[in-house]
Design a binder for this molecule. Structure first.
Ligand code: NDP
Length: 253
């Protein structure tokens, strides 16, 4: 792979599986030093070993991003080990669909806590480093993972969709604010990607919908999104791809 990201310092949240794990490998293979964040320390350690065996550099930081203090401590460790981050792939998320009338309030809260508050905690912890890195290196990237659920209507997914609409709109607004500081903000809206995300779903209707979708659609692989992140980060400093929708070819909406 072309080493387009040599000299870059990336932070990936939700890196213990799925899109985050694939993206950490992608960014490391492109030459970035990568700090990987999630709660499962064993999975992070395994990922770091894999990256190192492939010749890359990585740091495992077991962190619950819903705990406001933890990402701040992680940011301090990144600064000490790698120098400040110039790329945050803000990706940790959870999808727990259920009909609203079932009042699955704990699952509502879980999605809001991670997809919104966790995302903001990571931004709060790493934004000073992104701004400082952009001033020093000429560019930095904040790349947030949203979903096509931010735009399209999926019954039973109202709370998840609401959290992702937040991520998309936040990203657009932050872009306007941070561009002047050479921090590019991008949002990625994937269609269905085969990951652990679907394994947490318990709602029978949503499970049936996913089973049907598996029959008719070849789902995206996490590596497809990872390559997109690598592509965004490797653009010349003047280019900010603001929003990318990446769909399985056979998924209509
Ligand atoms: P996964 O379930 O494989 O990944 C989710 C990641 O988030 C895991 O690494 C998990 O690790 C981490 N995570 C969960 N809770 C926390 C927490 N409190 N603190 C830190 N990390 C946490 O799913 P995906 O890779 O699919 O999901 C990545 C993102 O992509 C999500 O934002 C999701 O909404 C979005 N997305 C996914 C789509 C899909 O079809 N798969 C489609 C559109 C968007 P751990 O449990 O170790 O903490």
């Amino acid at each position: 792979m072309t080493q387009t990201l040599i000299g870059r310092v990336a932070v990936v949240t939700g890196a213990s599986s799925g899109i985050g794990e694939a993206t950490a490998k992608q960014l490391a293979a492109a030459g970035a030093k990568v700090a990987v964040l999630a709660r499962r320390a064993d999975r992070l350690e395994r990922l770091v070993k894999e990256i190192e065996q492939a010749g890359g550099t990585a740091l495992a930081l077991p962190v619950d991003v819903t705990d406001t203090a933890a990402p701040v401590a992680a940011a301090a460790q990144v600064a000490t080990e790698f120098g400040g981050a110039d790329l945050l792939f803000n990706n940790a998320g959870v999808m727990l669909p259920a009909p609203a009338a079932e009042l699955a309030v704990q699952q509502w809260q879980q999605q809001i806590d991670l997809n919104i508050s966790g995302l903001m905690n990571a931004i709060g912890a790493f934004l000073p480093q992104l701004i400082a890195s952009a001033a020093e290196k000429g560019v930095a990237d904040l790349i947030n993972t949203s979903s096509i659920a931010a735009q399209n209507i999926f019954p039973s997914f109202a709370v998840y969709s609401g959290t992702k609409a937040y991520v998309t709109h936040l990203s657009r607004t932050l872009r306007a604010e941070l561009g002047a500081k050479d921090v590019r903000v991008s949002v990625i809206e994937p269609g269905i990607v085969g990951t652990e995300l679907q394994e947490h779903v318990t709602d029978p209707g949503a499970l049936q919908w996913l089973a049907d979708a598996k029959e008719t659609i070849t789902w995206l692989h996490p590596e497809d999104v990872a390559q997109t992140v690598g592509f965004l980060a490797a653009q010349p400093a003047r280019v900010n791809l603001q929003q990318v929708t990446i769909m399985p070819t056979r998924q209509a909406a």
